[in-house]
Design a protein around this ligand. Structure first.
Ligand code: 5RP
Length: 234
């Protein structure tokens, strides 16, 4: 089974199990979410469901609009029944690395407004310990003027190395939907980190806007596996 097929079976299963009539849902970002929106659009038209979709990024907004789903926002829908999103890695404790696509801030805001966050992923995201699968580090969204001091401060405090994420053409830094930069933290794999504590400390550093560490947020994860089955973790 290809990676895309694995993403699709996980996304379809999550949408079938968690989306009901008369609900508001958060729509995450990334390539796996494309399949979730596809399935959602099928169900909305076949079952005549009333579902409001709140996006977590420009990409998610486009997907909702292109699939003729009802577009909502947190002003009108501050309470969401669930948020369905992808992840870069999910460890055995359901701690996530997110933000490979640079949408971590809005993804975390939307997930925090939802009763439950449901993760959809292919088998390459399934790990026992963070860093085992995803090698690009933990994304940290920062205010542009603070990226240099934060880079050394985080390195000195927690070890590893931080790199400013560059735009695809590498002509300049990658700028998030919120006008910020991203530092990708290649943390020290030999160390045992308490991710909850690390996340809290990072958030308190002036200039850090949000981290791609999602601790105690995800209720359930669906992994599309290479053999065509869907593995679940909660
Ligand atoms: C974007 C994200 C994505 O959910 C994450 O990168 C996974 O993406 P994909 O479904 O393409 O593997 O956090 O900020």
């Amino acid at each position: 089974m290809s990676l895309n097929e694995a993403k699709k079976i996980a996304a379809y299963k999550a949408v079938d199990e968690w989306v009901q009539n008369d609900t508001a849902i958060g729509v995450g970002s990334g390539s796996t979410v494309v399949f979730a929106v596809e399935r959602l659009a099928q169900r909305v038209s076949q079952e005549n469901l009333r579902v409001v979709c709140v996006p977590t990024s420009f990409q998610a907004r486009q997907l909702i609009v292109e699939n003729n789903l009802q577009l909502g926002d947190l002003d009108r829908n501050p309470h969401l029944d669930c948020a369905i999103d992808g992840a870069d890695e999910v460890d055995a404790n359901m701690t996530l690395i997110k933000g490979g696509g640079g949408c971590l801030l809005q993804e975390k805001i939307v997930a925090a407004c939802a009763d439950k966050m449901i993760v959809i992923a292919d088998y390459t995201k399934d790990s026992s310990k963070l860093g085992e699968q995803y090698k690009k580090g933990i994304p940290i969204e920062v205010v542009p003027m603070a990226y240099v001091p934060l880079r050394s401060r985080i390195q000195t405090r927690f070890g590893g190395k931080l790199k400013l994420r560059m735009a695809v053409a590498k002509a300049g830094p990658c700028v998030t939907d919120n006008g910020n930069f991203i530092l990708d933290w290649d943390f020290d794999q030999q160390k045992e980190y308490d991710w909850d504590a690390v996340n809290r400390e990072l958030i308190q550093m002036p200039g850090v806007v949000e981290t791609g560490l999602f601790v105690n947020m995800a209720r359930k994860a669906y992994f599309g596996m290479a053999d065509g089955t869907v593995k679940e973790r909660s």
